[in-house]
Design a protein around this ligand. Sequence first.
Ligand SMILES: NC(=O)c1ccc[n+]([C@@H]2O[C@H](COP(=O)([O-])OP(=O)(O)OC[C@H]3O[C@@H](n4cnc5c(N)ncnc54)[C@H](O)[C@@H]3O)[C@@H](O)[C@H]2O)c1
Length: 276
Amino acid sequence: MAICIDLEGRVVLLCGAARGGISGATARRLAATGATVVAVDQAQEILDLTIADVEAAGGRCHGVVANLMDAAQTDPLVATVVGRFGRLDGVVNVAGGTKAEEWIPLEQTSTEMFRDTLNLNLEYVFRICRDAAASMIRRDAPGSIVNVGSVSSIAAAPFHGPYGAAKSGIAALTRTMAFEWGKYGIRANTVQPGAVATDRVMNRPSTPHAGAALAGANAPSIVWTTPDELANTIVFLLSDLASGISGQTISVDSALSTKFCAGSRPFEINKRNPQV
Ligand SMILES: NC(=O)c1ccc[n+]([C@@H]2O[C@H](COP(=O)([O-])OP(=O)(O)OC[C@H]3O[C@@H](n4cnc5c(N)ncnc54)[C@H](O)[C@@H]3O)[C@@H](O)[C@H]2O)c1
């Protein structure tokens, strides 16, 4: 008998719904397993494209417009899903990232920019997971949480300061979720992408700083991973096939994070040893 992932009857809250991103790929994969997806994104037009893809393939996807950085807009989300569908089995927090203007040296980063990056890449994840777990515990129902981090949590790269801090926070927070909520049957894991050629990344305008960081003979060659490869791992972790996996941080990066990238800063003169 073939082993397959069957999430028929389950309801999954998915933060992010970009058709050309990890979130859109996750919505399509999830719906293909039979799950009902409730996707949250900042604009109806973004949701409409992914809902259309899912429905065209015979799946179920409902959209909610909300700014995830605004607690007043995220606080009702879990109750809304449980009120409408009577259950919540899984949570996937994909939305995140940085804006082009945030790709600047750390010493030029404003406190507001730092806070914004932490809000979009860490704080809303805490709020959604807290509310989802509280609801699962109240209903005495098990669940699975998958938070999307980044390999920026495990290695340095120019201009990844606040972002790397936020994504390190995701891994730490998710481990604690697994530890505290395991006794209620709730699993929690982090999936860390490397470089994924999503629309968001490919369409991000280059900046002088980013250009300098990525240029040069010593820049590391980028190994790309696809949104579907991330989505496959996320769906596996949500499923009962992953029943023994919790509290883990799993890099899905085509081995990008295994490469030593000290040569990626050719623009920076080594002041201790200028000959190098
Ligand atoms: N693409 C990569 O190379 C890469 C690498 C490492 C980590 N990641 C992480 O993977 C995740 C997904 O990245 P992606 O490139 O696939 O992005 P994506 O294309 O899935 O886009 C994320 C979605 O989040 C939504 N969003 C952004 N801010 C929002 C807000 N305030 N409220 C509501 N929705 C909001 C956007 O509208 C977009 O639809 C992010 O957390 C990112 O940090 C991506």
